[in-house]
Ligand binder design. Sequence first.
Ligand SMILES: Cc1ncc(COP(=O)(O)O)c(C=O)c1O
Length: 419
Amino acid sequence: MSFEEAKKLDDAYVMHTFGRSPVEFVGGSGMRLTDSDGKEYLDFLAGIAVNCLGYGHPALTGAIQEQADKLLHVSNYFQIEHRGEVARRISQLANAGAVAPKDASPDAPQQWRTFFGNSGAEANECAIKLARLWAKRGGNGGFDIVCLNKSFHGRTMETIAATMQGWAQDPFCPLPGGFIGIDSNDVDALRDVFAQKGSSIAAVLLEPIQGESGVHPMTQEFMTEVRNLTSEYGALMMCDEVQTGLFRTGWVLAFQAYGIVPDVFTLAKAIAGGVPMGACVAKAEISEAFHAGDHGSTFGGGPLACAAADAVLTELTEGTAPEGEEGEGYLEHVRSVGKYLAEQLAGLPHVIEVRGSGLIQGAELEAGLPDAHEFVARALEAGLVINATGPTTLRLLPPLVCTRADVDEMCGILREVLA
Ligand SMILES: Cc1ncc(COP(=O)(O)O)c(C=O)c1O
């Protein structure tokens, strides 16, 4: 079918919820995508932080093929191959902190338990339900969830109630209640809300780096105060690591950069390298609030997604990144290439600020230029996939296998586009 015919079908039969670019990708290898005309693109979006191992990584595609041959789906009523192993790996990674993930002890004192869903929104839904239930069944009896302005937590009704942005919320009112918005990094506002609401607050939910609103990191002071106040009032600290989690920031989990440990965190996007999976991860004692039947999913944690996640987490934890010194692991790789990416972005014309960590970077453009989405469209024409989070912000989220040579090539294209 020609591109035009496929687009006609899309326009007629697929809901118009996305503004789509006029390109159909049909293949990929490493850092590169190929469209239906055979044109190649360098990918600095990774399906919005999903394709962490790039395209066609043999460890991942091999695991998916093998599992597809064996068994695609069975109900969660049964034991599922790889599921326990993936959850054990997540628990180990949550305890990794500053050490190399392969050195993290599987027997570290904190045990974490995971609920598997299919997306980031579902992972956050699960976290919100768990917080409410935990408050009732052993916690502080509260129900309010404190969230941050300019957050993004998903597209279900609960998760847009937690997403404190008018464009996401207004068309869908009335929203589920019990969500309170404060400004991010506003320590006074945080103290005020706890002083006013006290133990009616069941949890604080936040992204350590707000991704969708333009790559805005939380400050150390704010994260520390969230941890202190939630502990003081018996509320949960919950980190949405859907975009930032699993090595993207140069930390296994972005909260580890702050030296704090939340009670709950959520994952999705990269966890199964492109196969849909979401995960809500809680300290084991908090997870006890869920009893059989309180939450569930038909597909979540199924055989295919678990086989893929097992392959991704094994590769990220034990594999060797594609360039650099002999034996360089992904964590060191993302840190060093991420630093290089930030430096190179800062040297581009019209870029006035670079924000982020590792391989999540936002480049702020000076005022008075065309809308950043126009630069994204021009970059696409020039064979580069990037993204804009607003009229002045470009966002770079390459696969974690990105090398310095890829950064140089990307910056070469972007330099021309911006000029
Ligand atoms: C921080 C964060 N949370 C939640 C979501 C929602 O994830 P999904 O689209 O898989 O439901 C996203 C998606 O971009 C996200 O960036």
